[in-house]
Write a protein that binds this ligand. Structure first.
Ligand SMILES: [Zn+2]
Length: 87
């Protein structure tokens, strides 16, 4: 799991997106949530369950329902928009 994360963080430019967690969690192909605890970048639109949870389990996504879960709402994740950086 560590290797793709490293590539992800190395190969993309990141901008932080402002959102209001009380109104729901945006999702999109280029949107990721950064776990405030383990700093895993969780894709907001996972293709399967192997990528639907961060390493510590604080963030998880129910693929069938498209439901985003945060264990402790005092620790909301940052929303990141990724764009591939030209090398
Ligand atoms: Zn985590």
């Amino acid at each position: 799991m560590a290797e793709p994360q490293v590539d992800l963080k190395k190969n993309n430019q990141v901008s932080v997106v402002r959102y209001d967690p009380s109104k729901g969690y945006p999702s999109g192909e280029d949107l990721y949530y950064e776990c405030p605890l383990c700093h895993y970048w969780l894709i907001s639109k996972p293709r399967d369950y192997s990528e639907a949870e961060c390493e510590c389990g604080h963030l998880s996504i129910d693929i069938d329902w498209g439901r985003f879960s945060v264990k402790d709402h005092k620790l909301e994740p940052a929303l990141l928009r990724l764009s591939p950086s030209k090398s």
